[in-house]
Write a protein that binds this ligand. Structure first.
Ligand SMILES: C[S@@+](CC[C@H](N)C(=O)[O-])C[C@H]1O[C@@H](n2cnc3c(N)ncnc32)[C@H](O)[C@@H]1O
Length: 209
């Protein structure tokens, strides 16, 4: 009897202790969630206020395999290259090693600062890799013979129309993960989330429906 009583007391104390702990745990998890969201907002969203909601694309870094696929699709190509939404600059750095003169367009000033600092630290000259804090929707891209994009499915059709108007016949566009809905791809590398497609503008225009 005494033994049962003491077990009951222990159980009651445990329940009481847990009930007192729970609000603390919940408050701590809530605070952590808010802090992560705040951090994500700081890194992913600066500059976005000026972009229409339907064209907003958040930051998501590309994988190493994806970058390798892009580099394969750029083999034999040369000249100026624009990366639309260059993030932390990883694709620009990789591609500049192939001899392209790269420009990374990025709307997020924190990512631009980071990419520029990294370029300086790696000793990459601005002629090979430069980063501009510009909205690519508002930029004339006609001088670029190579364009790389890793954006979002919802913007690909609109972007396709912009590139059809601006790019030269001999330009090549590489799209990562999300293909252009109405364009005919000349080649593709990889599978699943790492897949990339190459589009030659002359072919795109010829086969456009
Ligand atoms: C999916 S991330 C790709 C980042 C990088 N290219 C990579 O492969 O790791 C898309 C990037 O595009 C940028 N971005 C979105 N809209 C933009 C715009 N209108 N002008 C410039 N950059 C933009 C975002 O800030 C984000 O960094």
């Amino acid at each position: 009897m005494i033994m049962e009583d003491s077990v009951d007391v222990i159980l009651q104390e445990k329940t009481l202790h847990h009930a007192q702990e729970r609000p603390l745990v919940m408050a701590a998890s809530g605070a952590m969630l808010m802090a992560s969201y705040g951090l994500w907002t700081v890194f992913a969203l600066p500059g976005f206020r000026k972009v229409p909601t339907s064209l907003k694309v958040p930051y998501l870094p590309s994988s190493g395999v994806q970058t390798q696929n892009v580099m394969r699709l750029l083999q034999g190509r040369r000249g100026c290259l624009a990366d639309l939404g260059s993030g932390d600059g990883r694709l620009v750095f990789a591609v500049s090693s192939l001899g392209f003169q790269c420009t990374g367009f990025e709307i997020n000033s924190i990512l631009i600062g980071y990419a520029r600092a990294r370029a300086r630290w790696m000793g990459i000259p601005t002629a090979a890799a430069r980063f501009v804090n510009e909205d690519f929707w508002k930029t004339d891209l006609s001088r670029y013979k190579n364009v790389t994009v890793f954006l979002a499915p919802g913007v690909m059709e609109v972007l396709g129309r912009k590139l059809e108007q601006e790019l030269a016949h001999d330009a090549r566009v590489i799209a990562c993960r999300f293909p252009f809905p109405h364009w005919h791809a000349s080649a593709s590398e990889g599978q699943g989330l790492d897949q990339a497609w190459a589009y030659d503008m002359a072919t795109v225009r010829r086969l456009l429906t």
